[in-house]
Design a protein. Sequence first.
Length: 301
Amino acid sequence: MSATVEFAKMNGLGNKILVVDMRGRADKVTPAAAIALNAHPDTAFDQIMAIHDPRAQGTDAWIDILNSDGSKAQACGNGTRCVVQALASETGNKVFTFQTVAGILNAVEHEDGTISVDMGKPVFDWDKIPLAEEFHDTSRIELQIGPIDSPVLHSPSTMSMGNPHAVFWVDRDVMSFDLARFGPLLENHPMFPERANITLAQITSPASITTRTWERSAGLTLACGSAACATAVCAARTGRTGRKVEIHVASAKPPGILSIEWRDRDDHVIMTGPAEWEWSGTLDPSTGSWARDQAQGAEAR
């Protein structure tokens, strides 16, 4: 078996993604390889989306998702869009069904190049998010950071989109908060036994929200698709917006928009947005050593 596999450096609204083709192989991208890849500025990423042969009938692939610290992730909406674009370019197909540890994901590439991913149903039960304490209503839980009489952030909405999320509602520019400082504290708060994605959300209209996210196991991220979905659902659940909104990702470069619909008919969350190919190469899934394709330069690590 060849030591190297093909991969593409891509992004979804700046969310840094490595799409790795592991089809036809029995091995996996190792945590050590992920850490090594993330250590180099050219291959630093938020998530690796490793495409494996399908395990279930009727699916196109099994997707193994790794965070930049080598840990496993359950879901990545922006990464799923990147996988769709990569496979659509290769096969000409426009409709895909993927299997992940979080379940089945259906996706479609539209004529304008945007991609919709059915992220499934949101989960609100406290023990399934999970939270460390029982809350009858997880749309607002008791949690704050800062002085007791004047907290900087407080009363987040919590839920799972296949991974745990806490959404803090703010009334000023999300970029004005020191999320690099608060993010690690909140991600690792005892309330979240499996840690959590932390999002700051500012309602800007009945159909638009501006967000910034500290991503579990990845840190400050330019964009996070599952966090956008969680924010949209929590906003509708708490009466702040309707069930279809535009999420303006403040930290994306350039600033970007995800369209999120929490469908009435089946409670599924549909995320629509772009994906972008940057460059491609080969890598060793065991060690993380890599090289760009010759046509794009001979740099290797």
